[in-house]
Design a protein. Sequence first.
Length: 165
Amino acid sequence: MFPKSEKQNREIAGVSILRHWVRAAEGKRAQRNRKSSPHTTCDNSQQAERFMHELGIASSILECVQAEAARRPNSRITKVGVKIGELAAVDCDALQFGFEVLVKDTEWEPVALELECVPRMQRCSKCAYDFRMTEFDPSCPLCGDFSTRCISGEELDIAYMEVEE
Ligand SMILES: [Zn+2]
């Protein structure tokens, strides 16, 4: 256990890391904006809002872990695995960071978050071939047919939890 003053310092450190992260992300965004639209000024609040989106997802994941833990009073959850499709518009680094911020200095801190990115896959309606869609071309690489449909890539699911009895 940390003495009280040291624990407070750790919390302060956590906050400054959060601010630093938002600033760094803003910098990246500003560079992108400069290239595409030089007259647009960088919108700081938009970047913070973006992180709040991932933080909200992290919070939902933690709620699922807490609900599962409540169902298993004699065991301990050590890891939660989440599947994220590339169409789900989730920044995996921001989500990982948001989860770490949420559980820091709580009883949930030992829970590891493992993210699995699921690529966008299409299935051809004509020949049933499954392929990874790249560069906005949905046509079947095998037979050339355009009637293909999305079969994965939109996931945002808890895949598993590791539990110690
Ligand atoms: Zn085909």
